[in-house]
Design a protein around this ligand. Structure first.
Ligand SMILES: Cc1ncc(COP(=O)(O)O)c(C=O)c1O
Length: 401
């Protein structure tokens, strides 16, 4: 039999654990098993009508040709407006030439790592982290290095931790606020303190920042969302802001994301994209333009619904007694510290597998998020599923205690 020789760049790179788990759940459902699926990484709301109408209109206008590699100008202008309003004190206002529209936020992140990393370059990733960051860094030839955030510090890293993690090889740090998987969100003051290290520490002069702000709209705290450059405008030249339509406009399947960065970086990203995927799907770009033009109030009921589901889920899970949970300030996940319920030698994979098998509740193990004693649940699902799933988790852990 023919033995394919795969490229060595794939050595040590893992398959996405969330996508794999979702496939297992779908297979169980196909067999008629009633699974409470708490793994969803996407909102369960519909796309605004204005976005749907924009697609129909675009079809009628025959917008079926290649789009410009960095995105249609109308979309880039909308993105400029949004980003400038979230980053009001920048030394220089962003322009369309600073924006590259990509296939989801994922491609913006991947292309950024590809454009910036050389072998030996290290990327600091606060843990727990979104599981694709380290894999993307490895694919791009870099080395991921983790900074362990503490449960006691609401899963946020401190300036001292950042300072001591930086080495001469550090090229980048990735911030993700609000966070997948913990829902943690940095306040303006917290970001300013971290930015101060990057601005003032002798070791940090060349360190750049990727700020993944894909959950910006889904926040619940009295403290508002703060973009990294909203807090640290002096780091404009050193920061790449990533965002997109997936989470904040319930448009995961439309695959629209973007990066906003200096022209030097954006030109490199443009070259990379021009030789790989070219410009993004035309219809999805026009849908995004329509959605970005909608007032913030259009999405208020979605955010309110996430808040209610968060509170409901917390209320039920409290009954377990020994699950460690930081009340999330944003996104739509709860990160459950289940260390008290793990048997010796077990990690979250074994816990999640047994939970699925015995209680028919699907959660994502924390191990690929850099937290082997935790599991992630998503509350982006209907209340009935949430209540059933969380009550079963409580019963399940009580039996393990
Ligand atoms: C933190 C984070 N960043 C980026 C993405 C990528 O989103 P998309 O490619 O759908 O825009 C996700 C999706 O799960 C995410 O959770």
């Amino acid at each position: 039999m023919f033995q394919v020789q795969l490229a060595s760049r794939l050595n040590g790179v893992s398959e996405s654990a969330t996508l794999k788990l979702n496939a297992a759940v779908q297979a169980m459902k196909a067999q008629g098993i009633d699974v409470a699926n708490l793994t969803a990484g996407e909102p369960d709301f519909n796309v605004p009508d204005a976005a749907k109408e924009a697609v129909v209109e675009s079809l009628k206008l025959n917008r079926s040709r290649y789009t410009p590699v960095p995105g249609v100008i109308e979309l880039r202008n909308q993105i400029v407006e949004k980003t400038n309003s979230q980053q009001p004190e920048l030394p220089a206002r962003w322009k369309a030439t600073n924006v590259i529209v990509t296939n989801g936020g994922k491609q913006a992140l991947y292309n950024t790592f590809m454009a910036l990393l050389n072998p030996g370059d290290e990327v600091l990733i606060p843990a727990p982290y979104w599981l694709s960051y380290p894999e993307m860094v490895k694919l791009a030839g870099g080395t991921p290095r983790f900074i362990e955030s503490k449960f006691e510090n609401d899963y946020k890293i401190t300036p001292d931790q950042l300072r001591s993690a930086i080495t001469p090889k550090t090229k980048l740090i990735v911030f993700n606020s609000p966070s997948n998987p913990t829902g943690a969100m940095y306040s303006k003051a917290e970001y300013q303190a971290l930015g101060k290290v990057l601005l003032e520490d002798a070791n940090a002069k060349n360190v750049m920042v990727i700020s993944d702000e894909i959950y910006d709209r889904i926040t619940f705290d009295p403290e508002p969302f703060c973009s990294f450059l909203g807090a640290c405008p002096a780091l404009q030249e050193r920061t790449i802001t990533v965002n997109g339509m997936s989470k904040s406009a319930a448009m995961t399947g439309w695959r629209i994301g973007w990066s906003v960065a200096s022209e030097a970086i954006s030109q490199a990203l443009n070259t990379l994209q021009g030789q790989s995927t070219s410009g993004i799907n035309a219809l999805a770009q026009w849908a995004s333009i329509a959605s970005l033009k909608l007032p913030e109030s259009t999405f208020a009921s979605q955010v309110q619904s996430f808040r209610e589901r968060r509170d409901l889920t917390l209320e039920i899970l409290k009954k377990a007694g020994k699950i460690d949970i930081v009340k999330p300030a944003g996104a739509f996940y709860l990160f459950l510290g289940v260390g008290s319920y793990l048997r010796s030698g077990e990690d979250s994979f074994a816990f999640a597998e047994e939970l699925l098998e015995k209680a028919q509740v699907a959660v994502v193990p924390g191990t690929p998020f850099g937290a082997p004693q935790s599991v992630r649940i998503s509350y982006a699902t209907d209340q009935a599923t949430l209540i059933k799933g969380c009550e079963k988790i409580v019963e399940f852990v009580k039996q393990r205690a």
